[in-house]
Design a protein around this ligand. Structure first.
Ligand code: NAD
Length: 458
């Protein structure tokens, strides 16, 4: 089943979603809970279909699909169902004495019709986690999966209409052209995950209607490591985080900043860690993914000559396999340092200590994540206070995503807005101020004209 559209379909789809929203059906708590439950059923009952789609798109193993995609969405749904009552309850706030008697409170109301534009690298999780927030908050949703993960896109387009309320949730497949048509429509929120170039296109389109946007972008996430930590244990964690999904992870460590002597010590630990996680021949490992398409494969292979290859292995263009690769002695101005790598190549750049490392980080855009492997409290404090990033992890990488109550999002060029947990509900809600004051007694007489001397002190 394909859900590709003609240009006129974009407007029709949004109008029909808007009519549903205006009918009020999506605002009912029961409807929201039903939809979240139905989404969970959709995933649970079709796990093998979804795992097969992720394998087809990215060579992703079923375990990795569970850990990094299916499990996260199920967790988000469970969390939303558990807390929805509390999230929907009115929050009372204090009224200044001079305004009494009166009552003030805040209520979260849905924004309306939300557009979710998803990327290909975690094509299930990054499509459905925002949808969970949008539905919990009582919105209608138009989901546009990525054309670069066609199997997952097709699975979502086929399954969502079977399980969810088709009046309120639409899936439209397509690429830049179709997304452009959608962006010409008026939405009440646009949630985009992907690269910053398209992020700017989305923001410009949203500005026409003053539509609020969440931009979940990427960038070069640095990792600093010193010898106050167990380098063998650190290497295992870094290798896991970097080579997950064959490096095609927005929060993957992009490059390592390290002193020359620690770089030398790390090399052997990295080789051992790669062998321990993916075996002597990662190409045969069922747990190691593939590059999404030929264009990205060609782009990544170019980087392999940008430094001294530490962990060797041959690439295979037929299967788009690039081995987990560590590059040492990489120059700060090497091509691999110009853009987010987004693949299984990890360059090490030598620095003269933390001031040099921080100064270098500050020359680049604010990253989505920053990783510090150090047990030295002064080093941790320096990175925490002197750098800015979407998140900072100490002695681990990527793992902040496993804590639903931590906001997930970037800052500066790595994005605006954040989500997951209650953050997703808040992203798709408006916090409406409510103020109510009885007409009698008329205390406001004190601020009505004529403005006598005595009223100046009110
Ligand atoms: P992509 O190519 O799948 O593009 C993302 C979406 O934008 C797709 O749905 C695509 O159809 C649409 N699109 C592409 N060109 C367009 C255009 N000209 N106009 C309108 N829409 C267009 O994915 P990508 O951008 O290659 O994703 C990788 C990037 O996303 C990396 O930079 C990565 O760091 C970032 N990312 C960020 C997060 C996060 O949560 N912050 C998560 C994953 C990926």
């Amino acid at each position: 089943m394909t859900t590709l559209i003609k240009k006129s379909d974009a407007a029709t789809a949004v109008l029909s979603l808007r009519a549903t929203f205006d009918s009020g059906v999506t605002k009912r708590r029961e409807w929201r809970e039903n939809q979240l439950g139905a989404l969970r059923n959709m995933i649970v009952e079709n796990e093998s279909v979804l795992e097969a789609a992720l394998f087809s798109d990215l060579g992703k193993s079923a375990t990795e699909a569970q850990l990094t995609e299916i499990g996260i969405v199920i967790g988000e749904i469970t969390n939303a169902l558990k807390n929805l009552g509390e999230w929907l309850s009115r929050e009372r706030v204090r009224v200044p004495l001079a305004m009494m008697p009166a009552r003030a409170s805040i209520v979260s109301e849905p924004l309306g019709v939300a557009l979710v534009i998803a990327p290909w690298n975690y094509p299930l999780m990054l499509a459905l986690a925002p949808v969970v927030g949008a539905l919990a908050a009582g919105n209608c949703v138009l989901l546009k999966p990525s054309e670069l993960s066609p199997a997952t896109s097709a699975a979502l387009a086929a399954l969502i209409p079977v399980y969810l309320d088709t009046r309120a949730v639409h899936v439209i497949e397509g690429a830049a052209k179709e997304t452009g048509w959608l962006l010409e429509q008026r939405f009440d929120h646009i949630f985009y995950t992907g690269n910053g170039r398209v992020g700017r296109i989305v923001a410009a389109a949203a500005a026409v209607n003053l539509t609020p946007v969440t931009l979940e972008l990427g960038g070069k996430s640095p990792l600093y490591i010193d010898d106050s930590v167990d380098l063998e244990a650190a290497a295992q964690r870094i290798v896991w985080a970097k080579f997950l999904n064959a490096g095609q992870t927005c929060v993957a460590p992009d490059y390592i900043l390290v002193s020359a002597s620690i770089q030398a010590a790390l090399e052997a630990h990295f080789v051992a860690a790669i062998a321990s996680l993916f075996g002597a021949e990662p190409e045969k490992s069922p747990d190691y993914g593939r590059i999404v398409n030929g264009a990205h494969y060609d782009r990544l292979v170019e980087y392999l000559s940008d430094g001294r290859v530490v962990a060797d292995g041959r690439c295979n263009p037929d299967t788009r396999f690039i081995p987990p690769t560590i590059l040492a002695d990489v120059e700060r101005r090497a091509p691999i340092m110009a853009e987010e790598i987004f693949g299984p190549v990890l360059p090490m750049i030598t620095v003269e200590g933390i001031d040099d490392a921080i100064a270098f980080i500050l020359t680049l855009d604010k990253p989505l994540a920053l990783y510090v492997f150090s047990d030295d409290a002064a080093v941790r404090k320096a990175f925490l206070e002197r750098t800015s990033s979407g998140a900072i992890d100490f002695n681990t990488a990527v793992m902040h995503l496993s804590v639903p109550e931590l906001p997930f999002g970037g800052v500066g060029a790595s994005g605006m807005g954040s989500y997951l947990g209650k953050g997703s509900f808040d992203t798709f809600s408006h916090r409406k101020a409510i103020f109510s004051k009885p007409l009698r007694p008329e205390t406001l007489r004190l601020i009505f004209p004529p403005y006598t001397e005595g009223k100046k002190k009110f």
